[in-house]
Design a protein around this ligand. Structure first.
Ligand code: GDP
Ligand code: MN
Length: 391
């Protein structure tokens, strides 16, 4: 789960990372008010969206008057900001961050990531910050420093100092950098983060280090024990289809095709997507309804899949171990009645109570196509989709 820059700054500041003073604004007037409240002669107005690359996309601006702050804010609110990372749809701007402008002497890069190879937290740093890490890795790979943290020891003092020296810092900056590194490491570890990135970490004209940008993302599977982090979720920044699924505890990933999928088990869902492709079709989504799916849950799964306007046919594939085929069949029938479904539905059932499940579908009088194998189901879905797309 991603959070906004202002939220990441607040969290990191709580762990001891120096950040510029600033405030959130939900309207142009409030943005102007924030600038006045902060005082000074220049402010940076920053669109809060779950994406980097805002600077290049026109989502970050240095303003010299309160009026300029207000005017620029007015152009941002409600806009779909398209950056290199958002895709063509962009992300909606519904809040801004107004902060005191910093006089930048140098931009550094600092990131904490999970290194899957060493199974450890890894620090990545560079004395050439400001650009995205991917560009940095391509254009200036030699400037990158990497350091692995041993979880039994934590970030050792000598490691932090070594990194500070490698970045060319000197004097009091060394101690400041060690402090920033320790704070980021603790935030990462204590909050079940996946990523902490400060890009750029700047050296101000005064010589002091400050986090000019901040990004954090968290392990969704650990959110149950991090209620304060979970509360920072912003559904306006998510794919609406995925947000709806997450609200109902369904594992859903939106895709570009037109065959909606309702499946139990991640492995079976992947296999089903492969079979659809093999039959010449394109899945509209990945959806794992999990074990023990009640009729209500199946109904919710239908609503989620149907919230995607591209869906032209639905394929339900259930291998019932913990699940029961009759539950699923009841769920499909209920979905037909409650939602007033008018798309073809292909159902392949196998496992516990399969006879009962099939009997329910047959006697329902609904136009449900039941198949015995996954291959048949995939072929039926693809050919029905072709027929109704042509019609
Ligand atoms: P991103 O493009 O989404 O990563 O947004 P950033 O917060 O990193 O801002 C992009 C760029 O705007 C930074 O790399 C800086 O060059 C510039 N910038 C941001 N804040 C300030 C500031 O206070 N003063 C100055 N001079 N430039 C800033
Ligand atoms: Mn940045």
């Amino acid at each position: 789960m991603d959070i906004h820059e202002h939220q990441a700054k607040e969290i990191l500041a709580g762990f001891g990372v120096p950040v510029p003073r600033g405030g959130v604004a939900y309207s142009p007037e409030q943005a102007g008010y924030r600038a006045r409240e902060l005082g000074g002669e220049a402010w940076v107005v920053k669109a809060q969206i779950h994406s980097g690359g805002r600077g290049e996309a026109g989502g970050v601006k240095l303003c010299k008057t309160e009026e300029e702050v207000r005017d620029y804010a007015a152009t941002l609110f409600g806009k779909q900001l398209v950056t290199k990372q958002t895709g063509a749809a962009g992300k909606g701007v519904y809040r801004l961050w107004v902060e005191e402008a910093s006089d930048i002497q140098q931009e550094l890069y600092l990131g904490f990531v999970l290194d899957r190879k060493s199974e450890r937290i890894m620090i990545v740093a560079s004395s050439h910050g400001g650009m995205e890490i991917e560009d940095l890795a391509e254009k200036d790979p030699d400037s990158l420093r990497r350091m692995i943290i041993d979880p039994a020891v934590g970030l050792a003092g000598y490691q932090a100092r070594e990194l500070a020296f490698a970045l060319g810092l000197s004097g009091g900056q060394i101690a400041q950098m060690v402090n920033v590194l320790n704070a980021c490491y603790r935030a990462y570890r204590d909050l079940d983060a996946f990523m902490v990135e400060i890009n750029p970490l700047v050296i101000r004209a005064s010589g002091d280090l400050v986090a000019l940008d901040a990004k954090m993302s968290f392990d969704t599977n650990a959110l149950y024990r991090r209620p304060d982090v979970a509360a920072l979720r912003d559904p306006s920044q998510e794919d609406p289809r995925e947000a709806m699924a997450a609200d109902h505890g369904l594992a859903y990933v939106g895709l570009d095709g037109d065959i909606g999928c309702i499946i139990n088990g991640a492995g079976l869902a992947m296999a089903t997507m492969d079979m659809i492709k093999l039959a010449g079709g394109e899945p509209a989504n990945f959806l794992d309804i999990g074990g023990g799916a009640s009729p209500e849950r199946v109904c919710t799964a239908f609503r989620t899949v149907l919230s995607d306007p591209n869906v032209g046919v639905i394929l339900v594939n259930i291998f019932a171990g913990i699940n029961r085929c009759d539950w699923i069949a009841n769920g499909v029938i209920q979905a037909y009645r409650d939602i007033g479904l008018d798309l073809p539905v292909i159902v392949r059932l196998a496992g516990t109570n399969v006879q009962e499940g099939k009997a329910l579908l047959e006697t329902s009088g609904l136009p449900i196509i039941a198949t015995d194998t996954l291959a048949e189901a995939a072929e039926a879905a693809v050919s029905l989709r072709r027929q109704n797309a042509a019609a």
